[in-house]
Design a protein around this ligand. Structure first.
Ligand SMILES: CC(C)(COP(=O)(O)OP(=O)(O)OC[C@H]1O[C@@H](n2cnc3c(N)ncnc32)[C@H](O)[C@@H]1OP(=O)(O)O)[C@@H](O)C(=O)NCCC(=O)NCCS
Length: 192
């Protein structure tokens, strides 16, 4: 059973300095499918299997997680243009009883710190609201951009594993420090 959010949890992050982070929903299917059309973007996250039908199905899965868990993937909307430039957020891995931080940024917006900015908002939320000791990042060993980002975000290299679809990955792990400091069921600001 994957971790749930605390019963009195604050809402998931909705924006950062440069980004809006609305809940990823069916309305984003077309934009997300276009982002996945770029082979360089899709290479490590499903490649040619990421058709528009598959994108729609994936968004269904993400929406179900939002509904069940109270967290999920956000669309990443650039405030300066109003355009959708990716998705970032949390995802359940029932096989490993863990919650993953996942991120995808449109090719022409990569390298500008957008994935890091949105990821930090989600990590900050998870630190306080997620009933779990850690987040994981599930990364193929050749995905250097993702490894670099995960490392910057405080993930540490972990064990090799194979996903249920048979993909060889490395499981990176980031402890949720706030929960470790204050113990299960506590939040920084509730003691006083
Ligand atoms: C991984 C990904 C989300 C990073 O997004 P991004 O917005 O470009 O990342 P940021 O700009 O926030 O960069 C974070 C760090 O990663 C580094 N980085 C970004 N792309 C890189 C690349 N191709 N190779 C090496 N490092 C890279 C950045 O330089 C930065 O480090 P720095 O501050 O030391 O320079 C993006 O490359 C992507 O969408 N990839 C395709 C989808 C994917 O594989 N997702 C991950 C699945 S596990």
């Amino acid at each position: 059973m994957s971790p749930a959010v605390r019963p009195d949890a604050h809402p998931a992050p909705v924006e950062t300095e440069r980004l809006l982070l609305p809940r990823l929903a069916h309305a984003h299917t077309g934009d997300l499918a276009k982002i996945y059309e770029d082979v360089a973007v899709a290479r490590f996250i499903g490649g040619p299997h990421l058709t528009s039908d598959a994108t729609r199905a994936q968004i269904n899965t993400f929406e179900a997680i939002w509904h069940r868990r109270g967290y999920g993937q956000s669309a990443v909307i650039e405030k300066s243009t109003g355009q959708m430039i990716g998705r970032v957020g949390l995802h359940d891995w029932p096989a490993w009883d863990a919650v993953e931080l996942g991120y995808v940024i449109r090719a022409d917006r990569q390298g500008q710190g957008f994935a890091r900015e949105a990821s930090r908002a989600w990590i900050d939320w998870a630190e306080h609201e997620l009933d779990s000791d850690a987040l994981i990042a599930v990364i193929q060993p050749e995905n250097l951009a993702s490894i670099r980002l995960a490392t910057q975000l405080g993930f540490q290299h972990g064990r090799p594993d194979v996903t249920p679809k048979g993909v060889h990955v490395q499981i990176y792990r980031r402890e949720l420090e706030s929960r470790r400091r204050h113990g299960p069921g506590s939040r920084d600001d509730t003691s006083g």
